[in-house]
Each structure stands twice: as C-alpha cells, then as structure tokens.
Design a protein around this ligand. Structure first.
Ligand code: ADP
Ligand code: TYD
Length: 206
C-alpha cells in the first residue's frame, strides 16, 4: 500500500463541494502536502471529453444505462491517468464527486439502477476513496445557489427539487451504510464554518 490519501466530495448540486474542495486543497498545500485537485466527470484528458458529452446538449440524449457506462468510462480513465499515479506517488488526491454520485444520479433518478451501477463499479473501478466528505443541505437552498452560477452545464440541476431531495436522502443513507468512509458535514452554514469542520475531519486521516 502507498501512503497517499484519496478524498472525495459529494452532495447535491450547489451544496458547496467545489468551494470547499478548493479551500481544503489550499489549506493542505499551505501545510506542505503535495495535493492533486481534480473532479468528475473529468480529471483526465479523455474524461474531460466525456464530460462534455454527458453534461451538454439535449438532456434526453442518453438513456440512464448509457449514462452509467459513460460516467464509468470517464472514471476509469481518470483513475488510470490521474488518481492512481498520484496516490502511488504518496500524494493527496482531492476529487470533486466520485462513484457515490453515479450511485445517486444514475442509480436512482430514472428507476432503480443502483445494482447496475455497483456491478459496473466493481468490474471497472473496484476502489473507493479513503474518505468522502458529504456536504449535506436543504435541496431548495442548494438549487438556488447552483442556479445562480448560470453555466452551460445544467443537466442534472434541471431535474428539480423533488429529485434533489431524493438524492439528499440517498446520500444520507449511503453515509449511514458506510460510516467509516463517509463523513457528513452540515453545509447550510457560512463557508468558513463548513471549511473548519472539513479540515478537522481530514486531519484525523493524515
Ligand atoms: P457545488 O460544487 O456543490 O455545486 P459550489 O461550491 O459551486 O457548489 O457552490 C454553489 C454556489 O454557492 C457558489 O456560487 C458558491 O460561491 C456559493 N456557496 C458555496 N458555499 C456557500 C455557503 N456556505 N454559503 C453561501 N454560499 C455558498
Ligand atoms: P458538477 O460539476 O460537480 O456539478 P455541481 O457543481 O452542480 O454539483 O457535476 C456535474 C453534474 O454531473 C452534476 O449535476 C452531477 C452529475 N453527475 C452524475 O450525474 N453522475 C456522476 O457520476 C457524476 C460524477 C456527476
């Protein structure tokens, strides 16, 4: 085993993952750690190309099953090219979303496909982060934050509050299922309070 650390951030759209991942990376770098900041879908050249395929264009372009394969293909490339080499070199990897997002978004949004997601994950990825920060918050508030960003990538935010509520419940159920890996942080507070909790949680793993 290498001594690197693989950290993922999860949560509904607008919960503050990107903001907090960036702050954690800055905090860890300031303390002298070698940190790779990455995201999904994306994080390698090939996976960034797949990101454009899944997050832009007609929202009905792909079936849920096709999407599972596209997100998993992107993740496989990201693992091979970015995440595993960094962990093997002893670095800390901070990743904005990982497989739990596929378990929630593709696994529950259009029928119950969770078993398919998990089967493909076992076959093609076969690894979880060492620690996952789940930023939990009310979906209506998260959605209002996400919408204020106004980017071309709106695909899943457009599913609306009901689906985001299901995602929130699903993420909390995952956290209950994997309490050693997934640490839930209350995201409905000011940015610095959330960041302080996250830093304290990660320090336990260093
Ligand atoms: P995510 O990556 O989870 O979708 P972001 O980090 O992009 O979320 O945050 C969404 C929006 O909300 C951004 O405009 C960000 O500046 C803002 N934001 C993030 N965290 C907070 C917070 N704790 N309080 C208020 N606004 C926040
Ligand atoms: P992201 O850029 O993290 O969006 P946000 O900052 O709004 O949280 O992710 C883009 C979208 O991709 C987001 O709506 C969630 C979705 N997604 C999936 O549906 N499945 C996945 O496996 C991943 C990683 C993301």
């Amino acid at each position: 085993m290498s001594n690197g650390l693989f950290i993922s951030f999860e949560g509904i759209d607008g919960s503050g993952k990107s903001t907090q991942a960036k702050m954690l990376v800055e905090t860890l770098r300031a303390e002298g750690f070698d940190v790779i900041h990455t995201r999904e879908p994306g994080g390698s050249v090939g996976a960034e190309e797949i990101r454009a395929l899944v997050l832009q264009g007609d929202p009905d372009r792909w079936s849920a099953e096709t999407e599972i394969m596209l997100f998993t293909a992107a993740r496989r490339d990201h693992m091979e090219k970015t995440i595993l080499p960094a962990i093997e070199a002893g670095k800390i990897v901070v990743c904005d979303r990982f497989a739990d997002s596929t378990r929630m978004y593709q696994g529950i949004s259009r029928g119950d496909l969770r078993a398919t997601v998990d089967t493909l994950h076992d076959l093609m990825i076969g690894r979880e982060p060492d620690v996952t920060i789940l930023i939990d918050m009310d979906p209506a508030a998260g959605l209002a934050r996400a919408k204020s960003r106004n980017t071309v990538e709106e695909r899943f935010e457009d599913f609306g509050v009901d689906l985001q509520q299901q995602m929130r419940d699903g993420f909390l159920a995952l956290a209950a299922q994997y309490p050693n890996r997934i640490k839930t942080i209350d995201g409905a507070r000011d940015i610095d309070s959330v960041a302080a909790d996250i830093t304290a949680t990660i320090k336990d793993h260093l």
